[in-house]
Ligand binder design. Sequence first.
Ligand code: NAD
Ligand code: IPM
Ligand code: MG
Length: 356
Amino acid sequence: MKKHIVVIAGDGIGQEVTAVGKQVLNRIAEKFGHEFTYDEALIGHVAIEATGNPLPAETIAKSKASDAILFGAVGHPKYDNDPSAKVRPEQGLLGIRKALGLYANLRPIKLFDELLQASSIKPEFLKGADILFFRELTGDVYFGERGRKDEGSTAYDTMIYSRYEVERIAVKAFEAAMTRRKKVCSVDKANVLESSRLWREVVQEVAKRYPDVEVEHQFIDAAAMLLIKDPRRFDVVVTGNLFGDILTDEASQIAGSMGMLASASVGDSTGLYEPIHGSAHDITGKGVANPLASVLSAALMLDISFGLKEEAEAVVNAVDQVLKAGYRTRDIADSNTPADKVLGTQAMGEQLLACL
Ligand SMILES: NC(=O)c1ccc[n+]([C@@H]2O[C@H](COP(=O)([O-])OP(=O)(O)OC[C@H]3O[C@@H](n4cnc5c(N)ncnc54)[C@H](O)[C@@H]3O)[C@@H](O)[C@H]2O)c1
Ligand SMILES: CC(C)[C@H](C(=O)O)[C@@H](O)C(=O)O
Ligand SMILES: [Mg+2]
């Protein structure tokens, strides 16, 4: 199979982990006889430095012409600590999601048994947890009207959803539930927010088309609590952009680390595959970032965009084998991990390649 992949590594550890994700894709192509060609494009802080724009037109054009995108991360401390900055790396990521119509962000919470001890949640509450989040990605307060008034002393962001935006993400969530344990939990704040009341109304309508699926509605505050109290009660979770952003960082602790959570952003055209984590300034350049979220994102690409199930499974199995062999990056090591099994980003990549 011939496929053209655009690699947008972006900022900070995005560069480090994406290099490993790409190596794994290369190995898969070699092993299974595919031809993957690559192009690179700029985004975020590195794009601002090079062009003044966090999302150069060339990046959008290359992305539109691709079969899939392997994405790293955006972000730089310079902007995090300067609320007045008008041009920001994160605009690149939001812009590309919108430009490509990537309205559905799938964030699987896959717990590898070997990492039961890496989580701060007790193993007896965790074992067997398997959740698939559908985070709406091109609406909500992220894209609503915002601004300042009263000479800058008041600021506002608008939480806004239209019926069609809720319907299309709900349909994706219900369709996925039909292939899993047939449970959907929709998360909103319908006891307070009008946009959440529309959300709940539309999800209830869509639910009628899927009588075999058991539906529950939870408020975001309760959902955040239940996720830690009893993660196994969840199968598919569907929620808006902001709530999904927050809940999935929380859910990363079920899988042991932010460095384990992959995602697929899909919608109207090409798919974008990225770890859920950011540019992690605190560890950038140290060579210790966990590359497995990028590697598992590459596996999602093989599966969802290319329909290469066997190849995707081979990648997930390789991750499993490496973990079974006891190798850990720092974020998923625990007090029982021998020092010689704690690997840096590239060494972890090499162990993975050896299993493929
Ligand atoms: N999708 C994205 O590109 C994305 C996502 C989140 C944050 N950001 C940006 O990243 C910057 C840093 O934000 P943050 O610190 O809140 O979030 P972050 O996800 O970058 O890091 C949070 C914590 O998790 C750790 N971590 C993250 N990924 C890891 C990995 N692969 N291996 C080991 N440890 C890992 C970091 O060291 C840090 O302690 C900000 O500028 C933010 O805007 C970008
Ligand atoms: C960097 C930021 C814009 C982004 C988001 O909020 O969507 C990130 O946190 C994510 O989860 O991908
Ligand atoms: Mg986030």
